[in-house]
Structure formats: structure tokens, C-alpha cells
Design a protein around this ligand. Sequence first.
Ligand code: WTA
Length: 642
Amino acid sequence: MSKEYPPDKNFSEKAYVKSVEEYYEIYKRSIEDPNTFWLEKAKDLDWIKFPTKSFNWINKDRKVFSWFEDGTINACYNCVDRHLKEDSEKTALTWISHDLKETKKINYKQLHELVSKFSNVLKSKGVKKGDRVSIYLPMIPELIIAVLSCARIGAVHSVIFAGYSVPTIKDRIDFAESKLLITSDGSYRNGKVINFIEDINLALEGNPTIESKIIIRRVNLDLQLKENEYFWDQEINSENISKDCDCETMKAEDPLFILFNSGTVEKPKGTLHTTGGYLLYVNQTFKYNFDYHKSDVYFCTADIGWITGHSYMIYGPLSNLANVIMFEGIPTYPDNESYWKIIQDHKVNIFYTAPTVVRSLMRFGKEPLKKYNLESLKLLGSVGEPINPEAWFWYYENVGNGKCPIVDTWWQTESGGFLIAPFPGAFNLKPGFATKPFFGIEAEILRDDFSKAEIDEPANIVIKKPWPGMMRTIYKDHQLFLDIYWSKFKDYYFCGDRAKVDKDGDYFIIGRLDDVIKVSGHRIGASEVESALVSNKNVGEAAVVPFLHKIKGQAMYAFIILREGIVISDNLVEELREHVSKEIGPIAKPDKIQVVKALPKTSSGKIIRRILRAIAYDSEDYGDLSTLVNPETIEQIKLKKL
Ligand code: WTA
């Protein structure tokens, strides 16, 4: 059994939840009487009209439900305006440029002015409540301002990760039928300038819905504006733009944002989150799992293009009056010490990053850490993939100096906020365990036949009932929402992960059961990569599975069948990797591409991916082989394994 780390006494004394008994007492109430529990918690937000009820099944068969349905609220108001009375001078955002040379601090009053002005800019371009706005930006303050401005006027934001390539950007803008696009001339990556404009223009070719484009000049390209294009700085500083903009009254169930994610189907799915329940859920999880107190400085290294950036760089922290550190760059530029320098210089108290970052910085040993004073740290967070014990210990001992709890947060784009994560003042920590569920979350481990798994037996993790921050649907495809999440275990939400629970009720997340691959914590659907590969003229068939990677956690292993007459070469492998990069983005490039004569298939021609997965993982555990029609493929593939 792995060692346990009890909570630090000093930490517990000041924590919102001070013991595991106290947690259980509150948790029990949240399950037995969710209505009273969540209405009580809802008081932590400022509502326009306070709701009278919390959860409601509108149609249980179709999994249509609401939280706080008669309440009205504005998410931007809760993240900005409500802090103005007492804390207008408090720093909301500390932005640090990619090369660490520039720092900008924006207090809540300034944030309010910037957001109000930009909201008026959006209105002046005809954006109205319910319209979709796509955002493709690097990690600059304007990204947060743009998101909050959409929320202020009731427009639905759809942020697209700024590492995606043309076809992926195009799909996401087209599918959302966005009215307006906010982007920049480019970004800085690894000290180099990346030009966005060419890609954006290609992505917008033939798009019928975008009426205007607002461009931020980040890398100062010499740009000539075309029709319906505007510069952010000129617009926001225009005399016609007022500093006042009322917050739109939103119903709790009005959409707040769409975030496309990967997995199960070839095309990205638009995860839809609504306003009241989502905001309350991220507000509460941020408060309790990070034990956030007013003066804490909080540094999250996630990109806002992913859910972590939405929930725990914007809505969770700002609704809790946090000082959020936003870093434009990456952990290994200008050198591999940038995070440590930021923690020291800004006296960071809470640091939230991904295991892949920890592993990539572990390579450089402890020496770089010793140069910096990291005494300010009081809590370390982890997200995106399972954290392996080696990384956990290194993080705990060297970054946290043995005194900071590691809050390993297990959750998903679909869940809106943390599902299972430690209450740091209350729980014993166990490396690799996300520990116990948040209030209101009833998790279970079920076997494929619906029976309950034994203690320590790995199986499907499911959640019994919707929680406030849960996605409401897949944008424009409710049936897909039912098929993916609610059909495997009727009436239980299927998370797509395998997990086990120990005798203390602590959960250990093993990994995905479906075709989602977490490369450096980034979520990529194997089927998307497969369709990118077969769209290349040289490839006939492709199957993509994960393999274990020392730094990235998982990386992609592609098995391909080439078309007649095509011969593999190093150049072709590189061409295929580049092709995937152009179709999806550099993060989706397979690390390994193996040419095979045949893929393991069933008689109906379905590829049995679990066999390939086992081969890639160097395992012999192929599962049931009775449906396999070409067993010889196993040895053939293994023989040439990369
Ligand atoms: C995985 C990221 C183990 C998991 C917030 C989940 C984790 C998927 C953890 C969702 C963790 C996330 N431990 N696995 N702490 N956090 N995952 O939508 O497989 O990008 O289902 O959301 O990441 O990925 P997504």
C-alpha cells in the first residue's frame, strides 16, 4: 500500500473543511437533500432573481434537466462587477509576456472598464444575446476580456485552442455558426512569431455566418484591414464606445459557452455549458478544493483553449475574487526556469499545472528550483491525466518542499468542474489518487454487466445524477449526447474513464476507456487523427492508439496500411506527420507510424483497436480474440513494432 500524507495542521486550521468527518457530514447533506444544499450554496453568487428550486428533470428519458431554472444571473457580473464595491483596487489579472520581460496588472476596476467597453464594441458589430462568437487567441489579457464580454451581453463564446490548424478552426467556426471572430495577428511561441492571419483567412473561406472580425495586434505584423475587419485597440479606444454597459439578464439555463472537444466521433463535439449551474459549480470547487482565500495569488498554467482555462482561469477564480496569473509562454522558454521565476516574483500561493509539465521539468533536476524562493506556495494542483507516483513525489518534495498538499483534480470538459479531488485541509493524500467526490457527486464503479465492482477492482466510473456544472447537451446534437454519455449504463452518466476505489472510498483514475488519447494532458480523439491520416493520398487505412510516453504521459501510435504501390520512407513518415499537423494541429502528430499489411479485424471488418493498444503498451492482454478473423496479424505487427 502506498504511503499516506495527512493534512498539515496549520493548513487545516484555516481551511473551509477541516477534517474528513466534516467533509462527510456536508457530503451526506448534499446527497440526501440536494435541493436545500445547492440553494444554500447558491448564496455565494449574486443572482438577479434568486432561484427557488435547484435540480429538475425536465425529461428524464431524454436526459433534459435544469438547475436553478427560475433564477436569473449574469456570469460576468459575478466575476467582475460584484467585486467593485469593496475590492475594486484588487488585482484581478497579472499577465506575464512569453519572454518574461513584460508584466501587466489589471485590477477589478480596470477589468470592469475594459470588459464594459469591449461589450459595447461587440454590440456595435451587431452581436446580440444568444449569438455565437468564436475566439482564436494566444494567452493574452484580451482573451479573458473577450470571454467575459460575451458573458456580459449574453453572447455564447466558443474559444478555439490557438494551436489548431485550418480545417479544425474552420469546422469549429462553421459548426457554431458564429457571427463574429476575435483573433490576433499572431502569437509568440518559443521566441518565434507565429502568423495567424493566413490560417484565419483560409479557415474563413466560404464561411457564410461571420459578419466581422476583430484583430488584436500582438506581434505587430503590417496588416491592412479588409472589409468588416477591425483592430481591437482602435475599436475599444474609439470615442463612440462608452465605458458603461449593463449586464444582460440571463436565465440560469441560458447557454454560456460551447467548447469543442474530442473523442468517440470523428468530428469535434460542441460541449454546451449553461450559466447558473456551471458558474456555481466552478465557484464552489475552486473555493473548496483549492481552499481559496481572498489574498491568495493563483497561477494556472493551462491554456484557455481547454476547459481548465475556462473553469479555473476565468469563471472559478474571478467569481472568487482571485488574483490570477496568466503566462503567455511555455515552461521551457526563455529557459526551463520560467515557472519557478514567476512563482518567486509574484509570490504565488496556489500553482495548478499538468503532470506532463512536472515530468518535463523533472528532467532538469532539482538545481533550477534551488535558485528560486518558492516559500510562498501553499498548494499544488494537478490536472489532465493521471499523475504517476514518480512525478507526484518530485512535485511534492521539490516544488512544494514537502509542505503543500497536492490536489489531484479529476474532471472533464463535460463535467464543467472538478468531480473528484482532495479537500486539502481534510483528506489524507495518497499519490495517484484523486481521493473523494465533490459535494453532490455520487460516483460508482460498475462492471460492464452493471454489477458493482469490488473494492480495488478496476471498472467503469459512472455518476448517478447530474450535478450543477454538468454539460447540458452536445450543441445541435442531443441524440449524440444520449448515445455517448447515457447509453452504456442506462440512467448513469458514463465518464469514459476506468477507475477503482479503495476501502477508504478514495478513487484512483486509471485512464480512458474510449478512443480519447491524452497527449501531454491535451485531449485528442484517435478517430480524428485516423481520418486525418486517411485523407492523405498515400494512406488506405489507419488505426491510432496511445502508447506510454515518459514525458507526455501518452503519445500516439499510428498503424497504417499504405495504398497499392506506395513504399514507406522516412520522408513519407514525415509527410504524414506534417499532414496530421496541418489537418488538426501540431499536438496531434503521431510519434510513431508503423506500416502494416493488415489490421486485426472482426468478420464484419471492424478494427479491433484493443489488440493494437495492447501491442503499443507491450502487453499480451488482448482480451477476447474469438471475433478476430486474422490472428496472424498480431505476430506480424509485433515483429515490426517501433
Ligand atoms: C483525464 C480535462 C486522471 C480523464 C480537465 C478525463 C484525468 C479526461 C485527470 C478529460 C486526473 C483529467 N487524473 N485523469 N486528475 N484529469 N483526466 O476533457 O481521462 O480535456 O476523462 O478535461 O482527462 O479531459 P478533458
